[in-house]
Every structure is written in C-alpha cells, then in structure tokens.
Design a protein around this ligand. Structure first.
Ligand SMILES: [Zn+2]
Length: 392
C-alpha cells in the first residue's frame, strides 16, 4: 500500500508518456496481486500481542483513523492520543469513542505511531472484543518488519551472518506458512514461544536487520509449496522426523545426522525433580498418578529420542509419550526427548542431550556450519533436504 502511494507521488512531475507506462504497470501489478499471494496487503502478518485483557494503555503519535471492520467504514479520525482502552459487556471504550463494533482497526501512516503499554509497535493495531468481554490486540505488521522484530529473540545478533540469514529465511517461511493456514482466524501467530517470540520495534538490532534485508522475501519451498519450517536450539546429533511428532510426513522434515552442534552450550542437560512433584504435575494434567515407583523408557525412535515412557505408581501403570511428558513437566526443564532417567531416593534424575523438539533447522548446528564457512543455502539444504529457496 505504502509503496503504491510512493510510486504515485513519483509520477507527479513526469512526462505523460512515462505516466501512461507507470499507470499500466500499476494496473498490471494490481491484477497480478489479485491472483497471486504476492500482494502488499497479504504480506501483513497478524500478530496477537495481547490476549484476554480488560484494559490497556494506547498512545498514538500523529494522525490516525479508526475503521469499523464489521461495517467496513471509517468511524473516527484524529491525531495524538494517550488513553486507556477499556472493554466491558457494553463494548469497547476508546477515549469516549464507543463504537458499535467488536472489531476495530486503528491505522496510521507513521511507522512509529503506536505504543501499547509502553512498548512501541510498527504497523497498524486491531482491537477485538471477544465473547468473554476481554480484549484481543492484534498487530498488523509488514512481514519483513515482523521478522526484524523476532530474529533477535531466535539468534544472537553477534552470530555469523550466514547463520542469521538462515534463521531469517526459516522464521519468514514459518510465518508465511502460518499466514496461509490461519486466514479464517483472528490472528496468524502469537508473540510468544508458541509461535516465535516477537518483541516489536525494541527487538530490532543492526546485524539481524541486515540479515532480514539481505534475504527479503525469501522462503523455503518443497515441490512448489511453502513448508512449515520448524527449528530448534540444538538437536544433539540427529534431527527429528516431524512425522513422529506431529504426523507431518515431508521429505525435508524427516531428520538428518547433525555432526555440527557438539560444541553448543545446550548440547547436554541435567534436571532433578522429586517424584512427588512429577506425580502432582501429571495429576494436574489429568493423569491418575500417585506415589511413583519407577520411570522407564519403553521405546526410542530412529533419531534416538524417546517415544514412550512407562511410569509405575502405587496402583497403576501409565504409558505416556515423551512429547506429552516434556510438555507437562516443562519443555525448558526436560529440554529434549533424548534422555536417560533414574531414581535416586525421592528424586528422578534426568540427563539428556539437545534442546527443543529437534525438527528442522538445528540453530547451533547452523551457527557452527556458518563459522566453518558454509553459506546460507548450504545450511538450509542440509537441514531441509530437497528444498528450494526462492522469493515469493
Ligand atoms: Zn544439531
């Protein structure tokens, strides 16, 4: 949208011949946009930045307009606001403006207009009143700006540039995949670990932004389709097959040997937890477990990760997948499904390797590959065999 406006401005002082040519170009681009994904409007990611809140502070610098998305019309125009937005059963109250709508889009041309609860955000802001009378705040942001806002949280800005570029392409691919999957939902991604941690403008760094700019628009395809480009911190020697974890059977996500992440600071881990606490966490998750007697590994998959655990307690035996067990105990405590477990007194002692689910790009593997002189394409094609990296 912004780029189209810019090109309009540029045509002002030119000769009619050029004007006609540019007009045709704009018409052709617009027609092309109607039939492809390559469209400015569709390159906005919708990030849920706040969920289930009753009030928030909203500061807008400069001119803005509020659009009622239910009726599709602009209901208010103003400039400079610093207010508390309140939501209740009566609707949304925005500085005394009480629109008859549960979905408002606040738009501004200023790329640095919005501050929400003291945090600056690029793009536009959507306020949605949910059926529980709580507010969902969605940041509509240009895809490239979004990647700039997450990359710092996924990799250190001091990392080798080829590793940062690999992460930028992987993060962009994952986001675009979510954009395609969630068109009928209120948002594409959340701003936490369940999607990719998004810190807004304050998370941008010089080197991570260079990595985003140098790979602008590049995503990972397999047989012409954008893949869900999963990634994790450290695989510990072999990446995982997505078919085993989530039933996604794709050649690039079947797992590869990774000799690169041995020196990762997250290569091995150790965690102790009392049997009582394990039983409590499992019970809270709905499993009937009391007085644990033993925890045993039932089987492992071809990557060496545990498939199922058998937990014997006083009266029963529980068979639980390592994936669910990690989720219940805490994925940052039981850092991977590749571990051994033994009981010492009243505690279970876990010793494992790797950090994360293990599917797709091994971030620390990518770091060491880049340090050894491999380029971004070599890194990506190693962890996702059979792929193409193209702009979309
Ligand atoms: Zn690895």
């Amino acid at each position: 949208m912004k780029k189209i406006q810019k090109s309009k401005l540029k045509t002002k002082n030119r000769k009619p011949k050029v004007k006609t040519f540019e007009f045709l170009l704009v018409v052709l681009t617009f027609t092309f946009c109607l039939f492809t994904f390559d469209c400015y409007a569709e390159r906005n990611v919708r990030v849920a930045i706040i969920q289930d809140t009753s009030a928030l502070n909203l500061r807008i610098k400069g001119f803005f307009q509020i659009k009622d998305l239910k009726k599709g019309r602009i209901i208010h125009r103003a400039r400079n606001i610093n207010t508390t937005v309140i939501v209740s059963k009566d609707g949304i109250d925005l500085a005394g403006i009480k629109p008859d709508s549960n979905s408002l889009l606040i738009e501004s041309d200023d790329p640095q207009a919005f501050t929400i609860n003291s945090k600056p955000f690029r793009g536009n802001i959507q306020l949605i009143r949910k059926s529980n009378n709580k507010l969902l705040v969605v940041n509509h942001i240009d895809l490239e700006d979004y990647i700039k806002g997450i990359l710092y949280h996924e990799a250190s800005h001091y990392w080798p540039m080829e590793a940062l570029k690999a992460q930028a392409i992987v993060s962009r691919t994952y986001a675009v995949y979510q954009m395609q999957e969630n068109t009928s939902k209120d948002f594409d991604v959340t701003n936490d670990i369940y999607s990719q941690v998004y810190g807004g403008q304050v998370s941008e760094r010089y080197r991570t932004s260079i990595a985003v700019d140098e790979t602008a628009g590049m995503v990972i395809f397999y047989k012409g389709k954008i893949i869900p480009a999963y990634f994790h911190a450290t695989c510990g020697g072999h990446t995982e097959n997505a078919a085993i974890l989530w039933g996604i059977d794709l050649v690039p996500l079947r797992g590869v040997v990774c000799p690169f992440c041995k020196e990762s600071p997250h290569y091995s881990w150790h965690y102790d937890l009392s049997l009582k606490e394990i039983a409590e966490k499992l019970s809270a998750a709905g499993f009937k477990v009391k007085n644990i007697k033993s925890i045993a590994i039932e089987n492992k998959d071809s990557s060496g990760r545990i498939t199922n655990l058998i937990i014997k307690s006083e009266k029963q035996e529980l068979k639980i997948s390592a994936k669910d067990f990690r989720e219940i105990i805490g994925p940052n405590s039981i850092r991977s499904a590749n571990f051994s477990v033994r009981i010492e007194g009243c505690d279970a002692v876990f010793e494992g390797i790797g950090w994360g689910h293990g599917v797709g790009l091994c971030q620390w593997g990518a770091y060491f590959m880049a340090k050894d002189g491999r380029n971004v394409e070599q890194i990506l094609k190693y962890y996702y065999p059979g792929i193409d990296v193209k702009t979309f």
